[in-house]
Design a protein around this ligand. Structure first.
Ligand code: FES
Ligand code: FES
Length: 153
């Protein structure tokens, strides 16, 4: 299948990349752009491990085909820290012991970041709703909710 030229903004930088049109954004990030912070879990839109932010919305990158990314603004977990300093959400996850094996963490962070971008002071219910598509098999939800609430203060 011939490759397409795709241009989009990735973590604040304009990127141009060639990719087959049936490639997912998850594969593009991990296999062509070496951004492996976004995790590959179910690949059917069920686990949230692959969550990134597209145009300020949390999206499962395994469900997005590369042509859909043209002209958008994408943020991955690698784009959270600024000038070598962790984002306040990342700091809060550490402080609140919200990480166990860490596999779900990038996706949780991106769902939480999208929530706080659009709603800086969410209620506990809104936090639960925002991460309802992110599965944590270590079942650390209480600490994760606490970390997001604490970062929003
Ligand atoms: S890998 Fe995308 S939702 Fe599970
Ligand atoms: S910390 Fe292990 S899956 Fe969530």
């Amino acid at each position: 299948m011939p490759e397409l030229k795709i241009c989009f903004n990735l973590n604040g930088r304009e990127v141009t990349v060639m990719a087959p049109p049936d490639m997912t954004l998850l594969e593009l990030l991990r296999e062509k752009l070496d951004l492996t912070g976004t995790k590959k879990g179910c690949e059917i839109g069920e686990c949230g491990a692959c969550t990134v932010i597209i145009n300020k919305k949390a999206v499962n990158s395994c469900m997005v085909l590369v042509p859909q990314v043209e002209g958008t603004e994408v943020i991955t977990v690698e784009g959270l820290s600024q000038n070598g300093e962790l984002d306040s959400l990342q700091q809060s996850f550490i402080k609140n012991h919200a990480i166990q094996c860490g596999f779900c963490t990038p996706g949780m962070l991106m769902s939480a970041k999208a929530l706080l971008m659009n709603n800086p002071n969410p209620t506990k219910e809104e936090i639960k709703e925002a991460i309802s598509g992110n599965l944590c098999r270590c079942t650390g939800y209480i600490q994760i909710i606490k970390a997001i609430a604490s970062a929003s203060k």
